[in-house]
Design a protein around this ligand. Structure first.
Ligand SMILES: Cc1cc2nc3c(=O)[nH]c(=O)nc-3n(C[C@H](O)[C@H](O)[C@H](O)COP(=O)(O)OP(=O)(O)OC[C@H]3O[C@@H](n4cnc5c(N)ncnc54)[C@H](O)[C@@H]3O)c2cc1C
Length: 450
């Protein structure tokens, strides 16, 4: 039998970050990770972190020459379905190798005393007096019991522990289904012209949820796409991108695939002696499905609240509830608002997107500048009125359908209502069910991205 203050399930970026934060505060932390040290964080290679995020979260910052570092760029373009009318934004990014960076974060957590056991798989909760008191896990030697004051689920989209919670728990135990995730396909390409260098910017085509990003080889790129439902759907849409957007000639050198949650998080992240976070808490960004640092916003809050709870010896749902409240104020309300808006806006057809990019270029520029700056797509009233005016003009020119304008306006309205509702999240578990009822009604009106 083993004992620790905090037992973390999953030792990738979220598990390492949370383990480090709690170990830094002087608590004993044990992480179990299903993969071997050689395999952890290797489901795909390149990922991006915004340059300013390293300082914000005090996480290790690889630089050129380090094995974790792949490239950096500052400029992002967002273009119409034809590739025309690119909108330039300033959004400095660092490209990193996921496996190497995960190992770096593992070491960073271990430096402060967190213990990581690899090839150890979560099995089930241990309950004492009907409260979570730890879990059983298996490794090559058999099944083990690990007792902890708090269990933290950082197991990614599978949410292996959250999904085992009882149905009457305030943390919903839903599975992320195909319609609620992005199937991401990444084609690593090498450009045929050896002098063509593509490592100073990235370009996205939101109508297809597709992009061309740099990769470690400056003469290459990553043609990526995210789509709901299946990898086949992603590949089909990628064919449209290749057909419609003029791209420099290339050959595909390898393909990677992975899944990322694209759904609202569970309304609560806590119950007695338990927290869900990272992809297990569906904390990915609504504008692109990225989740490494958006989860850190949540984990920083969770670590502070949990440290106070451990000191007071009260890890009840009621005492951990502040995690929900503070998170919604800092990021959750903005993400809910942006998710609602985007879900409604992407219903537009490619022809409609083309028209909007051509005619409302300046308005899109101000929205995208705002999106590069923070967690929410801000909708200043003058820009909003201008956007509606341009789209309404499209209706007269028969370039935009009434249904698309209606859907966009619904998106604006629901996004405002959800933001307010999340900011009004109850201060204690007592008000939860009344709040949930209204939230369910709003999300039902938003519908699904798929
Ligand atoms: C192709 C692709 C590209 C992406 N690009 C970016 C990007 O550029 N920037 C960005 O911020 N985000 C990106 N994302 C999203 C990002 O990968 C995730 O949001 C992030 O990795 C989530 O981290 P996590 O630690 O919560 O979960 P994961 O990285 O999924 O880690 C979960 C860990 O738990 C372990 N585990 C699972 N089950 C068990 C078990 N039963 N017992 C023990 N351990 C278990 C797993 O082995 C794994 O190591 C991308 C996603 C995909 C699919």
């Amino acid at each position: 039998m083993k004992k620790c203050d905090i037992a973390v399930i999953g030792g990738a970026t979220s598990g390492s970050f949370f383990a480090r934060k709690m170990a830094e505060k002087g608590f004993s932390v044990k992480v179990i990770e299903k993969c071997s040290r050689e395999k952890v964080g290797s489901r795909y290679d390149i990922f991006h972190i915004g340059r300013k995020e390293f300082e914000r979260f005090s996480i290790p910052r690889p630089v050129e020459g380090d094995k974790e570092w792949a490239f950096e760029f500052e400029t992002n373009y967002t273009a119409a379905p034809s590739g025309k009318y690119p909108i330039k934004t300033f959004d400095p990014m660092v490209g990193l190798h996921m496996h190497d960076y995960t190992l770096l974060m593992n070491k960073w957590a271990e430096e402060k005393g967190a213990e990581i056991e690899y090839e150890a798989t979560f099995e089930d909760f241990i309950y004492e007096n009907e409260k979570i008191a730890g879990f059983t896990y298996s490794n090559k030697d058999g099944t083990h019991r690990l007792f902890a004051k708090c269990v933290v689920d950082c197991s990614g989209i599978a949410a292996v522990a959250r999904r085992k919670l009882p149905h009457n728990c305030k943390i919903e135990n839903f599975e992320v289904t195909p319609e609620d995730m992005f199937y991401v396909v990444l084609k690593y390409v090498k450009f045929k012209d050896p002098d063509f260098i593509y490592n100073t910017s990235s370009t996205g085509w939101p109508s297809y949820k597709s992009w061309l990003a740099p990769q470690a080889d400056p003469n290459g790129g990553i043609l990526g796409i995210g789509a709901c439902n299946s990898y086949e759907q992603a590949e089909t849409i990628l064919h449209d991108v290749i057909k419609n957007v003029p791209l420099p000639e290339y050959t595909i050198t390898r393909t990677e695939k992975g899944k990322t949650p694209y759904t609202r998080p569970p309304y609560s992240f806590v119950t007695d002696n338990f927290i869900a976070t990272g992809d297990a808490g569906c904390l990915t960004k609504p504008n692109n499905g990225e989740g490494v640092t958006s989860s850190m916003v949540h984990m920083k809050i969770a670590a502070d609240v949990l440290a106070d709870a451990l000191k007071s010896g009260d890890l009840s749902e009621k005492n951990l509830w502040k995690i929900n409240k503070i998170y919604n104020k800092e990021q959750g309300a903005d993400f809910a608002s942006t998710r609602a808006l985007l879900t409604k806006v992407v219903k537009a057809t490619n022809d409609e997107f083309e028209f909007i990019f051509e005619k409302a270029h300046d308005v899109l520029q101000s929205f995208l500048d705002g999106a590069a700056d923070g967690p929410e797509i801000k909708l200043p009233l003058p820009a909003l009125i201008k956007a509606v005016g341009k789209i309404a003009g499209g209706i007269f020119a028969k370039k935009v359908s009434v249904a698309t304008l209606k859907s966009a306006l619904e998106g604006v309205s629901l996004s405002g209502k959800l933001k307010k509702h999340y900011l009004d999240f109850p201060d204690s578990p007592d008000g939860y069910y009344a709040w949930k009822k209204q939230a369910d009604e709003l999300w039902k009106k938003v519908g699904k991205m798929s």
